[in-house]
Design a protein around this ligand. Structure first.
Ligand code: GLY
Length: 573
């Protein structure tokens, strides 16, 4: 398959050149065998930016059929479950933050839930050792999936019937889509885990290596999606699909039961909203730490004139690092599912408290994390989650982050149902002080309990200016998510950077423990050297996240920018 990349080269956006002339003439806009990828678009009617071109194009197609941004977001999420199984999912969970055309702000929680048989010490062996192998892969690592319940809960704000929104995903699963080289390599890398953790053969398994241009057909997944189309959420949480999940659990030693599935509910929460220099920032509340961390970090820099320091100056990076360190130390101690643990949100965002938190900040040297609070070291792991944004001309703006946790989640494909299950149980603190796969530590607040939702870092965010959508932002990346969103907002709101630069320029990250500043390739060497002289440990690492942004321009047009770090795609209409 040939994929064409379209990079922006003039101000008012670009028009994709589709290899298939009928691209926009057919009923469905997507030709899953030949499609283009574009990184930036400027448009007037609506925009979608996601991790996969086919999913973004399906979202736009739904807008063209009269759907609103909510409809487009649902169709995009379902398409991602087919074309981006590394993180797109129906076997995982996520969060939606949205601003509706009537001005209403919503936050929807469809985070996975610990099964009824889960216990606080379920990953601790008889010698007291934490079994991260079991919390991170295989059947026991899965929480009760929330994505399908989430999409049905969200659909009350849509205009089109759910059947219409799910059909493109069914078609993609049934007829297949061609793989890019990157995707083929990714499936090849998955083969040994599939063999290790699965009790049945799935569509992802292949005896000869996957290669670019191969067609991935997922019949079992298509049938699962058809049951959801025909029976609603019950097509997943009850009946045949539920039976297939429970059978899979029994074969592989997992603990999710029919009752767990039947009782799962997506929950509307009060969005985490705060003001930053006249902008209203709308984020996700617990069980995601994202909104609260972003709030703390933004407020800790608010009165320090960071704009005068300049983008990626030593001063600005040092300040942001110290702010990130302090927020993440609070995360470890105080944050968890607020339905189970009283999270002191007001106290953590109180301006006197945040001033006190920065009292030992020294602009000339590092504050070692041991002086903030002790902990353990990071284990490097992939951070696969996925984020997408949608906006429409009615004024609906949607920011969704969804995940299986790390790449391909538990690596368990539900036999006969064709979808991967998450390994989200690892986002709990499985033992106080033992880092999860992202190096995050925790304790009581995020301890495992039956029915509890594990603490997340996902940070779907909307920024309003004069109460109208201005920015829609989010990214995958585990614990790097809140710091990447923080950086993106600072880049745009303080440094006045272009959307493309805010998305694509090198990012950095600090999370209290380990006491390291991670920087991406391309981070300025002189700044790195200056930071080392101030006492920081700086380490270059693989790409940080894949930030997607939609910005509303002064002329009310939508600018959507997809991250260059992946095959992410921005579509507009
Ligand atoms: N599983 C990554 C997160 O929720 O933060």
């Amino acid at each position: 398959m040939k994929i064409k990349y379209f990079l922006p080269f003039f101000l008012l956006g670009i028009f994709p050149v589709h290899e298939n002339k009928n691209f926009y003439n057919s009923k469905s806009v997507t030709n899953p065998e030949e499609y283009s990828i574009q990184k930036r678009v400027v448009c007037s009617n609506g925009a979608v930016v996601s991790a996969h071109a086919l999913a973004s194009k399906i979202g736009i197609d739904i807008l063209k059929q009269g759907g609103n941004a909510i409809d487009a977001a649902i169709a995009t999420q379902l398409a991602l479950a087919v074309v981006f199984p590394v993180a797109g999912n129906i076997g995982g969970g996520g969060f939606t933050v949205a601003r509706l055309s009537n001005g209403e702000l919503i936050a929807l929680d469809y985070r996975e839930m610990a099964p009824g048989k889960a216990t606080r010490d379920m990953y601790i062996d008889k010698d007291g050792k934490a079994r991260t192998d079991e919390s991170q892969d295989g059947h026991l690592s899965s929480g009760v999936p929330g994505s399908v319940a989430g999409m049905f809960a969200l659909s009350k704000y849509g205009k089109l019937p759910f059947k219409k929104l799910i059909q493109p995903a069914i078609d993609l699963a049934e007829k297949g889509f061609t793989l890019t080289e990157r995707e083929a390599n990714s499936y090849n890398g998955l083969q040994s885990s599939l063999k290790k953790y699965n009790t049945r053969r799935s569509a992802f398994e292949k005896d000869t290596p996957w290669k670019e241009g191969d067609l991935l057909v997922q019949k079992d997944l298509a049938n699962t999606l058809k049951r959801i189309r025909d029976k609603g959420a019950d097509g997943f949480y009850k009946g045949k699909t539920a039976q297939l999940i429970v059978d899979e659990m029994k074969r592989g030693g997992g603990i999710i039961t029919k009752d767990d599935l039947k009782n799962y509910k997506a929950i509307y929460r009060k969005p985490h909203v705060f003001d930053y220099k006249g902008y209203t920032i709308v984020g996700m509340p617990m069980p995601s730490s994202g909104g609260l961390l972003l709030h703390q970090m933004m407020k800790m820099i608010e009165d320090r004139n960071i704009a005068s320091m300049g983008f990626e100056s030593t001063q600005a990076v040092q300040l942001m690092t110290e702010v990130e360190r302090r927020a993440f130390a609070d995360r470890a101690e105080y944050m968890g599912d607020a339905d189970f643990y009283k999270v002191p949100v007001d106290k953590l965002t109180n301006s006197a408290y945040l001033r006190e938190r920065m009292k030992d900040y020294d602009p000339d040297k590092a504050t070692p994390s041991t002086m903030v609070k002790p902990g353990k070291l990071l284990k490097a792991e992939s951070e696969e989650t996925t984020h997408f944004n949608v906006i429409d001309k009615e004024g609906n703006a949607v920011s969704i982050t969804t995940t299986l946790n790390d790449s391909y989640g538990s690596k368990v494909v539900v036999g006969g149902a064709g979808f991967l299950l998450n390994d989200e149980m690892d986002d709990f603190s499985i033992k106080p002080g033992v880092p999860n796969m992202f190096g995050a530590v925790g304790g009581e607040a995020n301890a495992i309990a039956a029915g509890k939702r594990m603490l997340s870092s996902m940070t779907p965010t909307i920024v309003l200016k004069n109460n109208e959508p201005y920015l829609i932002v989010g990214t995958p990346g585990g614990t790097t998510i809140p710091t990447s969103v923080f950086q993106t907002l600072v880049d745009i709101l303080e440094f006045g950077m272009s959307t493309e630069d805010a998305v694509n320029k090198p990012k950095f990250h600090h999370q209290w423990l380990p006491d390291v500043i991670n920087v991406e390739k391309g981070f300025p060497k002189d700044v790195e050297e200056n930071l080392k002289k101030m006492g920081y440990t700086v380490q270059q690492r693989y790409a940080i996240g894949r930030t997607e942004v939609i910005r509303v321009l002064p002329d009310k047009k939508f600018e959507a920018v997809a991250d260059n770090r992946g095959e992410d795609d921005a579509e507009g209409w």
